[in-house]
Every structure is written in structure tokens, then in C-alpha cells.
Design a protein around this ligand. Structure first.
Ligand SMILES: [Zn+2]
Length: 372
């Protein structure tokens, strides 16, 4: 067991029966070592491979071992609830605040990214069919011990504990050899394909820079060449100057519907002062984020009279490059466009990557402002 503190949040690390790492954030349980993982777990079977799509210049992860993962268990078998005498879960303690642990069914499959990279490339001899073990790491973040809660139900203090966990994991995973980018995100709702309803998010530590970040950095580089300025800064200034798409503003953050929004309701949340990643955020900005984000999530849930399926993700600079240009921000969107109606990624979006949005961004922003 190892312990440390992050601001006022305590972190304690323990190890699960199959050797995975588990971290409690907060003061509960007081003595984590009193709750060992008593389950007879089989050793992990993980064999992800990253294959190069040469036409698009992107890596695709092939993770065949994930086909037999847990799917929609009923509440009495939820693996993310605290353990009880009759039901041992992923979290051995009888209570917790925020917990992070290594995913038993990770998409990114080596427990040691450096080792995976050293394992070498496999190809066809012409160098076109390139694959390699997909290093990196996947973690699960449990936001609350309450099975029926959601992130929007957290208090600002509880959200701050989640923020402390995101900051800690982003910084620590970035130090793993071979990790190039860290992504903290939440999928919420069965409509998004979430297989466990317990409130939780995930963290992917990728062994490469993701395609969207690559493209954002390429846009920044060409804008810098043309104007000598930073593209993120100028876009945020443009949204402030126009103001019709701004949903919420604090002292440290601005939330707006982007001009070219892809999704029916989509909001981007930027700190006023550009920073590359979560670890670089000042304490006051972290605190204000929690308040604004909870407000935003509650507005989303008020849109259609019932909780909406959403995806929310932190865009952080790569570990090794682009850090002077990239702007940390959060992107939140729902796929619900009307009560009972979802936006599907159909022919144009899935086939061509060409989005069309039926909800006018300015109208979406106005609606979200009114719901406050
Ligand atoms: Zn649960």
C-alpha cells in the first residue's frame, strides 16, 4: 500500500488479486489495507494490437479479448459498487469516495507500454501492413459509491475529488514510457453503449497521439505560420466577441456551443488562460470548473425532461509535443436531438466523416442558457 496527498485529497494505492493497481481518492476508507481483494481472479488475458491505416494515417486498435466483458449486470452484481460480505466487487472496501483502477478488459492492452514498443513491428515486408502491440493503459474512474447517482448529482466537493483524480492520473500516466497522450472521458447512457450504469468514467493512456489531436495541432501550426498567432486563443476571442453561442461564463472558464457544432447539443468548456493539460490548471480554475461543469450537466439533463445520453471528454496536449500550442478543454455533447430521438452516425458521418447537424448552434446555446 502507498499513500500520498494531492492538495487536500488523500490518495492510497493498493493492488487487486490479479495484480492490477487500485487507488482510493479521499479519506474513505480510512484503512484501505484492511480490505484486501479476496476474489479468486484468473490472470489477465490481454493482447491488443495497434494496426496502421495507411490511407488515413491513423492507428486502429484491435482488441479481441474484450468480446467476453461484463455486459449490463443487474444492480446486485454491479462490479463498481463497494463490496459487501455477500458480493465482492472490483472495489474491496465497503465504502469509498472516488476510486480509480486498471480496467480488467482494457482496449489498450499492455501493462507496460515501454515493453510493448520494444516488442517490435510486424509487417508484410513491403512495410504497408504495419502492426505492433498496443501499449498504454486503460483505467476506470468511479465517481461515487452510489449506484443510481450520476456525475450531475455530485456536490462541488465530490467533483473536486474527481478532478484531483483526473489530475493525478493524467500526470502519472504521462510518465509511463511509450505513452503519448492521456484522455479522461465519460460515456453516459445505454444509448451510447455503456455496459455498466454505475456512475463512472474512463482514462485512456494512448501509445500514440490521437487523430483528432493530430489534426488540431496541424491546424494550429498552419495558422501560426500564416498569422503568428495561436488558433485556440483567437477562436475563443471570436466566441467572446460574438457571444451568441456562449452558454456560461465564470471568472476562469467559458462554455460555448462551437460555431460548427457537429452534435445536436454540444458545448466546449475552455479556461480563459490557455494551459496544455489538467496538471497545469491553477487551483482557482479547478474549483470553478467543478461548479460550472455541474451546472452544465444539469442543464443537459433538463433539455428533454429525462437524463440524456452524453459523451464528455478532456482534450489534453500530447505528452511530448504540441504543448506550446494546444489548449486544454472539455467537449461535452449529447446524441439526443429530441425526446425519444437520437442522432445516429449514419452514411455521411460514418462513411465519409462528413457531419450534418439539424440543430442550429445559436438556438442550442439559447436553449441551454434558458434552462439555468
Ligand atoms: Zn454499482
Amino acid at each position: 500500500m502507498a499513500a500520498g496527498t494531492l492538495g487536500s485529497v488523500r490518495k492510497t494505492t493498493v493492488w487487486m488479486a490479479d495484480g492490477r493497481e487500485l487507488m482510493y481518492f479521499g479519506a474513505v476508507p480510512e484503512h484501505p489495507a484492511d480490505y484486501p481483494d479476496r476474489r479468486p481472479l484468473d490472470p489477465l488475458h490481454v493482447e491488443s494490437q495497434a494496426r496502421r491505416d495507411q490511407l488515413l494515417g491513423e492507428w486502429v486498435v484491435i482488441a479481441g479479448h474484450r468480446q467476453d466483458r461484463t455486459f449490463e449486470p443487474d444492480t446486485s452484481h454491479c462490479p463498481l459498487c463497494p463490496s459487501t460480505a455477500g458480493h465482492l466487487t472490483e472495489i474491496p472496501a465497503p465504502d469509498y469516495e472516488v476510486v480509480v483502477f486498471e480496467n480488467r478488459f482494457p482496449t489498450l492492452g499492455s501493462r507496460d507500454a515501454g515493453h510493448a514498443r520494444d516488442a517490435g513491428h510486424a509487417d508484410d515486408g513491403d512495410g504497408l501492413l504495419v502492426g505492433r502491440p498496443a501499449g498504454g493503459r486503460c483505467e476506470v474512474v468511479c465517481f461515487s459509491p452510489r449506484h443510481d447517482a450520476s456525475f450531475a448529482d455530485l456536490t462541488p466537493d465530490q467533483a473536486a475529488t474527481v478532478m484531483a483524480a483526473w489530475v493525478d492520473r493524467s500526470a502519472e500516466l504521462a510518465r509511463i514510457s511509450g505513452v503519448e497522450q492521456v484522455y479522461c472521458f465519460e460515456n453516459r447512457g445505454a444509448e451510447i453503449g455503456v455496459t455498466l450504469s454505475h456512475p463512472h468514467g474512463q482514462i485512456y493512456a494512448y501509445p500514440y497521439v490521437t487523430p483528432r489531436t493530430d489534426r488540431m495541432l496541424a491546424s494550429c501550426a498552419s495558422y501560426r505560420n500564416r498569422t503568428g498567432r495561436n488558433l485556440f486563443d483567437d477562436l475563443l476571442d471570436a466566441e467572446h466577441a460574438n457571444s451568441s453561442r456562449i452558454v456560461l461564463q465564470g471568472r476562469h472558464w467559458t462554455a460555448f456551443v462551437p460555431y460548427a457544432a457537429r452534435w445536436p447539443y454540444e458545448v466546449h468548456l475552455y479556461p480563459r488562460r490557455r494551459v496544455p493539460d489538467l496538471a497545469a490548471l491553477a487551483a482557482a480554475a479547478r474549483t470553478e470548473f467543478c461548479e460550472l461543469y455541474l451546472d452544465l450537466l444539469r442543464r443537459f439533463d433538463a433539455l428533454f425532461g429525462s437524463p440524456v445520453p452524453y459523451i464528455s471528454g478532456w482534450h489534453q496536449a500530447p505528452v511530448r509535443h504540441g504543448r506550446d500550442e494546444f489548449a486544454l478543454h472539455l467537449e461535452l455533447f449529447t446524441i439526443r436531438r429530441a425526446p425519444g430521438k437520437l442522432k445516429y452516425l449514419a452514411g455521411s458521418e460514418s462513411g465519409m466523416g462528413a457531419f450534418a447537424n439539424d440543430v442550429v448552434p445559436e438556438a442550442a446555446a439559447e436553449r441551454l442558457r434558458e434552462l439555468g
